[in-house]
Ligand binder design. Structure first.
Ligand SMILES: [Ca+2]
Ligand SMILES: [Ca+2]
Length: 364
């Protein structure tokens, strides 16, 4: 068991209520308001050049909604239990002493469902065939250790430097500390390498603390706030000048452990809509650079609130159809995936990287 030194590091989670799977199929309002359903036929995200890293409480990748090969187990790691099986387990703990045990055991699974559910008993995830590297960094109560989180960031930076095509990182966590020069420098390196980091803006808004949390507040990360089905800012969602954009995050229906489904809320669940949408676009057009991707994302939103970028909604609400149209993609056809040529060598390359990590593990 890892000693918890930094009890402030916590997942952004609000449990609203649970409901039966049968309620799910009509509950696709998030995909409606981000204008995804018109283009969902184009790809399932099966492009080997686009890998998403998720830093969270672990993913129950045996859930029926997930492709059995979704999580790249050879790269994934459980930093809580120090083993390779990243699936979350209820630990029977209340680390934050809020009277609720294991409230975040399904947090990472829920995030993964929004990105990659097959659409069996819930709305489809944005990219059901995406490959995910799962980093379990927080325990079943949603609490983690800053040192461990830093190790995970460093592991990702190493993988990217070695050529593993991690294009996106989903980070729905509050580091609970002021900006850290150490993490800022890793984020800068990842940014230079073309990686997009999508971070939750944060919950627990109060009248005097309407600022987004770190590291969402870092200028090189996207800070995502949450709106409800009426496109109103959720009452818990943080905002402010560092907010980049908003996505659905209130009463979201997705996967939890043991083949179950819940409805939950939090900016944690707004971030993966943006991550999934970017993975969707990048799967169709992997030649787009990080800067081109961000320009397409932020110039294609559904504008909300005061004119221009504003503190409540940033650049506005994620809009997937507009993003594709602005990328000159014919949305009436099934996408012909454009490979950059790099992918031809990628499988050979991955085996080299695997070998590298095998040797590294032996050394440590
Ligand atoms: Ca484990
Ligand atoms: Ca608790």
């Amino acid at each position: 068991m890892i000693k918890i030194n930094h009890p402030k590091i916590i997942l952004f989670l609000i449990i609203m209520f649970t409901c039966s799977p049968s309620g799910a199929l009509t509950n696709d309002w998030p995909l409606v308001i981000i204008d995804f359903l018109r283009v969902s036929h184009m790809t399932k995200g099966n492009n080997p050049e686009v890998i998403v890293a998720i830093i969270d409480s672990g993913i129950d990748y045996t859930h029926q909604e997930f492709d059995p090969n979704m999580v790249l187990k050879e790269y994934s790691y459980d930093f809580v239990e120090n083993n390779v099986d990243t699936r979350p387990v209820p630990q029977g703990i209340d680390s934050d002493m809020n009277g609720i045990t294991d409230e975040s055991v399904s947090h990472g699974t829920f995030v993964a469902g929004i990105i990659a559910a097959q659409g069996k008993s819930m709305s489809r995830g944005l990219v059901p065939e995406i490959k995910i590297i799962d980093f379990r960094g927080l325990n079943s109560d949603g609490i983690g250790d800053l040192g461990i989180l830093d190790q995970i960031w460093q592991r990702i930076a190493d993988m990217v430097a070695e050529g593993v095509p991690i294009k996106l990182i989903n980070y729905s966590i509050d580091n609970g500390v002021p900006p850290s020069p150490y993490l800022d420098s890793i984020i800068a390196n990842l940014t230079n390498a073309g990686v997009i980091i999508v971070a939750a803006a944060g919950n627990a808004r109060t009248s005097d603390r309407n600022i987004v949390h770190y590291p969402a507040s870092n200028p090189n990360t996207l800070a995502v706030g949450a709106v409800d089905s009426q496109m109103e800012l959720a009452e818990f969602s943080r905002y402010g000048e560092n907010l980049t954009l908003v996505a659905p995050g209130k009463k979201i229906y997705s996967t939890v452990i043991d083949n179950q489904y819940y409805t939950m809320s939090g900016t944690s669940f707004a971030a993966p809509f943006v991550t999934g949408a970017l993975a969707f676009l990048w799967s169709i057009k992997p030649t787009l650079t990080r800067e081109e991707m961000l320009s397409l994302l932020l110039n294609s939103t559904t504008h909300l609130g005061d004119p221009g970028k504003n503190e409540l909604f940033g650049y506005g609400l994620l809009n997937v159809t507009k993003m594709l149209l602005n990328a000159d993609i014919d949305i009436n056809s099934t996408a012909t995936v454009e490979f950059s040529g790099f992918s031809l060598g990628i499988l050979a390359f991955i085996s080299i990287v695997k070998e590298y990590y095998k040797r590294r593990k032996k050394r440590t």
